[in-house]
Design a protein around this ligand. Sequence first.
Ligand SMILES: Cc1cc2nc3c(=O)[nH]c(=O)nc-3n(C[C@H](O)[C@H](O)[C@H](O)COP(=O)(O)O)c2cc1C
Length: 256
Amino acid sequence: MNAVYLSGTGNSKHAVTLLLSELDANGRAVPVESADAGEAINCGELIIAYPTQFSNIPYLIRDFINEHADSWKGKKIFLITTMGLFAGDGTGCAARLLKKYGAEITGGLQIVMPDSIGDCKALKKSKEQNKAIIEKADKRIIEAAKKIREGNYPKEGLSFAAHLAGLFGQRLWFYNKTTGYTDKVKIDPEKCIGCGICANNCPTQNITVKDGKAAASSKCTMCYRCIDHCPKQAMTLLGKTLYEQPTFEKNAQSTL
Ligand SMILES: Cc1cc2nc3c(=O)[nH]c(=O)nc-3n(C[C@H](O)[C@H](O)[C@H](O)COP(=O)(O)O)c2cc1C
């Protein structure tokens, strides 16, 4: 069993790595942006993991599924999405697309993790609350792994009711944010020192450093990795002010 994942601040990476370690000690978890991601599909059963974005799939994951359209026929796939609060049918969106290509969806898991949007005040939690959220998430993942080993796959986000919840709860209202990659990454030239950490972290190579300053293009998958790793707090995306730079490691500090 292998896994392919997208993770901005590390939550989905942690969730999928933990699940995989419980299910198959020899399994590989590969970032979707790595050259190995396509090859990782060649296994008995695949896990695909990603953060929920407006109750939808990040565009890079959608692209990965479409680009490997020929690989999904008869493939067994388990989906995990992580979320700050509400995913609706976060797993269901990928499930429907994969089924269109003939995949067999074995189940889905939707896990609450700390929020990753550093430039939006909503959903902000204290350090203690975030640690508690991670501890609870870990317990849920371990319980889910036990059920999967017994052949009893969780089906979170895959029902028709979840589909309606995702559609009416979020997707319809945020439709314009999820139809493609975005060009909305903002970089403050006064703060940017051209260190290139953002460019090195970007899973879509959307950022380049020119004349000592970072510049973003139009292929942002909204993962927030650049924003959360910028040493000068020079970047924003959905908001205009940066309130925090969350990463899984920071949030989990005392639980690791
Ligand atoms: C652009 C964007 C949209 C998001 N939309 C949702 C959402 O609709 N519901 C939710 O509960 N969390 C939402 N989140 C929060 C993330 O899904 C959540 O923090 C996730 O665990 C981040 O995982 P990662 O660290 O692997 O990127 C959103 C985050 C981003 C960056």
